[in-house]
Design a protein around this ligand. Structure first.
Ligand SMILES: C=CC1=C(C)c2cc3[nH]c(cc4nc(cc5[nH]c(cc1n2)c(C)c5CCC(=O)O)C(CCC(=O)O)=C4C)c(C)c3C=C
Ligand code: FE2
Ligand code: FE2
Length: 344
């Protein structure tokens, strides 16, 4: 029997320093997130970051926390429920860090008699710190604990028709009647080094700001997060017929001192405000579900920064979350997969 495992990043169990600390420990000690040799990573994470960040992060989580829990977890659970209503195969949910764990998701499927699992990371663009680490952990768990399961990986869907259509519809709905001056596509950043590491051809070009680094459709582009972000933006702009002078792309959530992808969203909103741009909208296509990064970092912090620097209106466009059109698209992909081999 077939089944599907939806996977997202995960959140701490509560918006407190005590709960944030073990969550960040598990997250940042992942060698595909902070890709330093173990001793250096432990020195940086356990010796420095975990002594300062949990308090600051907990305050930020506290500002966006819902009565039912972390927005990311609540939205992911709603998604699981809505997808289950649209398919006959079992749908489980697992988080890469924290609870419900990826292991518990696989266990749930196995106990229901599932032998073939569609592993579906809820990340449109492929990155070492997101999709790759999920795939590696799922393979490890199958090898060590669930040898009866066969995994099929769902590829990054950054340019897939249905995703582009759902995202464009959510953007259009938000912008309806809003005479914006600029639309910013803000993606989660990663260190430049990660982009080079995921290039299986080992021939990645030097990164030049605002230019494509890989040509879409080439082997180099297959796992290039930056190209995936550029392509999502281009496809949405094409779908919505956006004026090319009225939108741009930037990267948010930098951590540490490495060279991260640029331009930075935090700089971009200041620049827009200072240059006389009054009304902006921001969309965050790397995130399927609203979370601390969209609700606190962008809506609250970047919104305030834009206004402090001359901007007047800052509109935050929600993530796809459990939007019904998106739920139809996602369940459509799952049903297509579940029926495929039966009829071939
Ligand atoms: C959307 C894709 C994501 C990529 C790529 C990514 C890379 C990445 N992230 C960090 C560090 C942090 N990220 C944090 C939160 C967070 N990150 C993503 C997604 C991606 N991260 C999401 C969905 C969230 C939200 C989680 C939630 O509970 O709402 C955090 C924790 C928050 C904080 O303390 O401020 C950190 C830290 C790195 C280092 C990285 C790539 C190397
Ligand atoms: Fe992150
Ligand atoms: Fe690239």
């Amino acid at each position: 029997m077939k089944g599907v495992l939806l996977v997202n990043l995960g959140s701490p169990e509560a918006p407190t320093p005590e709960a944030v600390k073990p969550y960040l420990d598990e997250f940042l000690m992942d060698e595909r997130v902070i890709d330093l040799p173990y001793v250096l990573r432990a020195l940086l994470v356990k010796g420095i970051i975990l002594n300062v960040r949990p308090k600051k992060s907990a305050e930020a989580y506290h500002k966006i926390w819902w009565e039912e829990g972390s927005p990311l977890i609540v939205i992911s659970k709603r998604t699981q429920k809505k997808i289950q209503e649209r398919t006959d195969i079992p749908v489980a949910l697992g988080m890469r860090y924290g609870k419900p764990s990826l292991e518990s998701g696989l266990k749930e499927l196995s106990e229901k008699g599932v032998t073939e699992v569609l592993l579906l990371p809820l990340y449109p663009q492929y990155a070492m710190a997101t999709t790759e680490t999920i795939e590696v952990l799922a393979d490890k768990l199958v090898k060590e604990k669930f040898p009866e399961l066969k995994i099929t990986r769902f590829p990054a869907f950054y340019n897939k028709e249905g995703y582009i259509e759902s995202l464009s519809r959510v953007i259009a709905k938000s912008l309806d009647g809003f005479d914006y001056d600029h639309l910013l596509f803000s993606y989660h950043g990663v260190p430049e080094r990660h982009i080079k590491k995921t290039d299986k051809t080992r021939s990645h070009k030097k990164i030049v700001e605002n230019e494509y680094c890989c040509k879409p459709g080439t082997p180099e582009a297959e796992f290039c997060y930056r190209t995936h972000c550029f392509e999502t933006t281009r496809r949405v702009a094409e779908y919505l017929k956006l004026d090319k002078n009225k939108y741009s792309l930037s990267f948010q959530s930098r951590l540490g001192i490495d060279k991260w992808l640029q331009p930075f969203t935090a700089d971009k909103v200041i620049e827009l405000g200072k240059s006389g741009t009054k009304k902006i909208a921001v969309v965050t296509p790397a995130f399927i579900a609203d979370c601390i990064e969209t609700l606190e970092e962008i809506e609250m912090m970047a919104g305030a920064s834009f206004k402090e620097n001359g901007g007047e209106v800052f509109k935050m466009i929600p993530c796809l979350n459990d939007d019904d059109h998106w739920m139809d698209v996602l369940s459509g992909w799952i049903n297509e997969w579940s029926l495929k081999e039966v009829y071939v």
